[in-house]
Write a protein of this length. Sequence first.
Length: 326
Amino acid sequence: MDGAGRSRRSRGSAEPKTDLKAAAIGAAVLLREYFGFDRKRAKARADRETPSRAILWLERYTPRRAVLTLTLLTLLGSAALGVVKGGHVDAVLAQLADGRNALANSAGFRITSVVINGRRQLSQDEVLGIGGVNGRSSLLFLDAATVRDKLKANPWIADATVQKFYPGQLQIDLVERTAFALWQQDGRLAVIADDGAVLEPYVSRRFVSLPLVVGKGAQTRARDFLALLARYPQVHSVTKAAIFVGERRWNLRLKDGLDIRLPENDVGNALAALSKLDKEDKLFSRDIVAVDMRLPDRLTVQLSEDAAKAREELFKDKKKKKAGDA
């Protein structure tokens, strides 16, 4: 019995030793995991969660006012980006300019007198509108160079001078181009200067007395040709339009519908011959529709349809009369 009891005690004492051993092994595994892989993972997580040195330095050494300034600049930048993307830049600039001009006007720099010299074709309101000067403009903030550039960009204005006389007088001196002729191309009429610059579409009857030139390139060649034509008043006085053909030679359309086809070269001699024929033979008063002078050694006259029939009948009568006499 004692032997059996001893036997039982020995088995009971072995079980705690086994439990301690297992516990020690488990603790060793836990420590290894903690100080090994898990520790590295925990360190990486801590590194991610810890602010960078730059951020810590900024938080430590940057004044609070600088942070506030940076925040305000960011907000202003965002607002500016929205204005640009929304297409409101011009409107915002106009509002700022109006506010600035309002302050200057209240301080005594309002434009109270405007003097415009050299104006003939443009009205005063048109000149001021072209230059960007309005009732809200102040003399203090008016940029004379900008106003001058805007004026010179208008085709009617060849040159301009803008002067400011404080506290409230603006003086503008203009050199206007002169309306020289009407130019027609592709069915559209425009008023041109003598250098060929298009001044405006033809909408006003005040230019109805200007000479008419037609065709591509006619606007730049009109000055020289019309000056030559004016030397022959016999032809010039009855000319309705000068037509530039193929960008190389001119035709004349007379007021009664007669077409004169001028040569490419020696135009002056051709005009002199026309003047002589009309003085001596009343060429322009005859029943003809065209005179062709393109060939240097001959002049061809095209009769009207009625004149051609009359001429044909005349020849028939002459032939019959000769046959009867025979």
